[in-house]
Structure formats: C-alpha cells, structure tokens
Design a protein around this ligand. Structure first.
Ligand SMILES: [Cu+2]
Length: 126
C-alpha cells in the first residue's frame, strides 16, 4: 500500500516535470521571429526577450516589430531617435510598430518605467 503511494507520487513528479519542460520549450519559441513577419519582443520579468537583445535593421528598410507584454505590470517601448513611443502596454496587451532609419548607427530602446534594466540597442547597418 505504501509502495503504491510512493509510486504515484514519483509518477506525479515526472509528469509535472515533463509539462514544465514542454512549457519552457514553447515559451522559448515565442522569443524567436514572429510568424506574422518581423520581430517579436516579449516583455517579461522586467526584460525584453530575457537578454535585452541588439536589434539589427538595414538602413532604409522598415522592420515590423511587435512588443508583447507578458509581465504582470505595465511597460512601454521607446526609441527617442526614431520618435517611437508605444505608451503604456498593459499586461497581456501588445503593440506593433515599425523601426526605420536612414542613418547608420546605434539607437537606444528602453522602457521608461525601468530604464537601465529594460533597455538595449537598435543597430542600423548598411
Ligand atoms: Cu518596464
């Protein structure tokens, strides 16, 4: 009888562990390119895509970017050099905009509520 209970508990741990692993794989896929074209930036745990990645853009070639808030608090997405300001994006909401520049160089993107923590660079290349 006791052995059965131990076996059931052990199997439960294995099932929960597998589901957790699968969940992680699925959410990692969400960090990749969006299937709608362009780039998907996830706001989660006060970061953009975990690492605040550099975003590469070709000069004079607009790039569609969707910013989705998967956090439990609001954030925004601002690029002063490109006049981009999404306004506050609430938990569960997303905003799509376009990154475009005719000048080579790096442009800072950031969240105005968490500057320094949520910020990275848009690199405009030839
Ligand atoms: Cu923020």
């Amino acid at each position: 009888m006791n052995n059965n209970i131990i076996a059931i508990i052990a199997i439960s741990f294995i099932v929960v562990g597998s589901l957790w692993g699968i969940g992680n794989l699925i959410s990692n896929n969400n960090n990749q390119l969006s299937d709608r074209g362009g780039i998907l930036l996830l706001m989660k745990d006060n970061k953009f895509n975990v690492t605040n990645p550099d975003i590469a853009v070709k000069i004079d070639k607009p790039l569609k970017i969707t910013i989705a808030n998967q956090d439990f608090r609001k954030h925004d997405f601002i690029v002063d050099d490109m006049n981009i300001n999404t306004g506050f994006i609430s938990s569960g909401q997303e905003v799509t905009t376009v990154i475009a520049s005719d000048k080579i160089g790096a442009h800072r993107y950031y969240c105005s509520i968490h500057p320094g923590i949520m910020e990275g660079k848009i690199i405009v290349n030839q």
